[in-house]
Write a protein that binds this ligand. Sequence first.
Ligand code: SF4
Length: 250
Amino acid sequence: MIGVFPENDRLGRRLVVILRGFPCAWGKCTFCPFAVEQSLHTRHVIEDNRKIIGKAVQLAEEGGYERVAVFNGGSFHELPYDSVEKLRPLARGRIFEVEERSEYVTLDMLETLIGYYRPQRLIVRVGFETANERIREEVLRKGMPDSEMLRLSRLRLEARERGLPVEIWTYLLFGMEGIPEDSVYESLRVFKKLFDGVIAVRYHRYLPRHPRPVPVSGDLARFLEENADLVDWGGEDQWVIGGRKGSAPE
Ligand code: SF4
């Protein structure tokens, strides 16, 4: 659901800002629900986002929030410039998180974002979802091969050598047919070596053509809670997408 959502969880007290986006340029991932909330109309996107960002700036200042995550159901670099520019007071001096597909993330891009927004720290979240390339490409159709995973892992170190306050985090998807539990254990171990943070996301199905959600064992749930930086079990208001609630077995 687009809007501003105050959170207080293992990542601390923070604001989650969900903007209206254009359809993701990749748009092929088999499990992705975000298209139902996006718009092709520039004016629609700009006006909705002005309202949301205005509310977020006010809440961040009044509530003293030091961490802000901005999502748009796609890559940050696909937002209209108007929204990018309006976000400046929200990002400045705060821990500022955005999502990107891997191909947008380069050293120049990181330097540009740091120079433009002057955040205390920039966290770029990338949805690799699994460390198993076959599952990522054949089951999920992410279009992000292992070479991208390794490139970004090195890139974050190069960025830090240049003194850029940057971290790269990844999502780990679980609870979906085609993603066996043993691969989830392995993915978390690999991701923790390659990236600065891992957010495990429980899969929910939004559309009939999407893969089936499957139950999650107690052992896996415990392992994720103990080892991931955050486990997002879904179900909160921000996971109502385009008026739909995703489904997943208990
Ligand atoms: S890259 Fe992200 S937004 Fe784009 S289709 Fe895949 S999951 Fe959806």
